[in-house]
Design a protein around this ligand. Structure first.
Ligand code: ADE
Length: 246
């Protein structure tokens, strides 16, 4: 089945909940994302968590019970914010909490989620994290973008938006181009090397197979380079029948 047939979603909505909404406009106004928003394929709403506080000082965080360093994001404004934002569209959407404690984000998860949902509520943490009751009450999908600690979930939220949006048919110029990406469903290998003009630069020539116009030979060359690249850099990605040297 082709990509367009598998991915029936034709519009996504993201609601990003953050203490730093001003981090997003620059990123959202660029390139593919901006075009997708203008074409009505993607809607992104950024909400300031602080708007859901009720006290005069708009207090969002407090010291941990039991002591210890840092501040904890308070359960009340966070839960109120998520519940209200859920009512802003006809589906409540998938709540996703960005945290280094979550499941690791990878292309398989991108594809699964893009198929399963069209609306995502991304909850960005700061400080030492959320009061545990945020997780117990909202039961979010907890996602980490890797085994390192960021200063907050905002950059991770951008990573999720960026990778999910590419799954909407029509967002990329050529619908098949996300199909061929490294790690995606059509190809779990790394990519083959690509070249453009000039044919020679500082003594380095473009491989002759790519200049010959023999499409079957080009396909074979690319497949072989893709395997070679994967074997050298990421042998864990190789299918079992390719794990031993040829
Ligand atoms: N917040 C802090 N570190 C993070 C990570 N690695 N992934 C997602 N959210 C985070």
């Amino acid at each position: 089945m082709g990509l367009a047939a598998r991915f029936t979603v034709n519009k996504m909505r993201f609601d990003i909940l953050t203490l730093f909404p001003e981090m997003f406009p620059g990123y959202l106004s660029q390139s593919i994302l901006n075009k997708s928003i203008n074409r009505g394929l993607v809607e992104i709403h950024v909400h300031n968590l602080r708007d859901w506080t009720t006290d005069r000082h708009q207090k969002m965080d407090d010291r941990p019970f039991g002591g210890g360093p840092g501040m904890i994001l308070m359960v009340e404004p966070v839960v109120r914010c998520v519940r209200e934002v859920q009512t802003m569209s006809d589906t409540p959407g998938q709540v996703i909490l960005l945290t280094p404690q979550g499941q690791t984000w990878d292309q398989t998860k991108v594809e699964e989620l893009a198929e399963a949902k069209t609306r995502y509520i991304l909850l960005c943490g700061r400080y030492e994290g959320f009061d545990q009751r945020v997780i117990d009450i909202l039961n979010p999908l907890e996602i980490s973008i890797g085994d390192f600690v960021l200063n907050g979930g905002e950059v991770a939220a951008m990573v999720l938006v960026d990778s999910l949006v590419r799954m909407i048919p029509g967002v990329l110029g050529d619908e098949m181009s996300s199909w061929d990406d490294s790690f995606s469903r059509g190809n779990r290998l790394l990519e083959y090397p690509q070249y453009t003009r000039p044919r020679e630069f500082e003594g380095r020539e473009v491989p002759s197979t790519l200049l010959g116009g023999n499409h079957a030979a080009i396909e074979r060359w690319r497949k072989q380079k893709s395997l070679e690249n994967t074997r050298i850099r990421r042998s864990d990605l190789l299918p079992d029948d390719e794990k031993t040297d040829p």
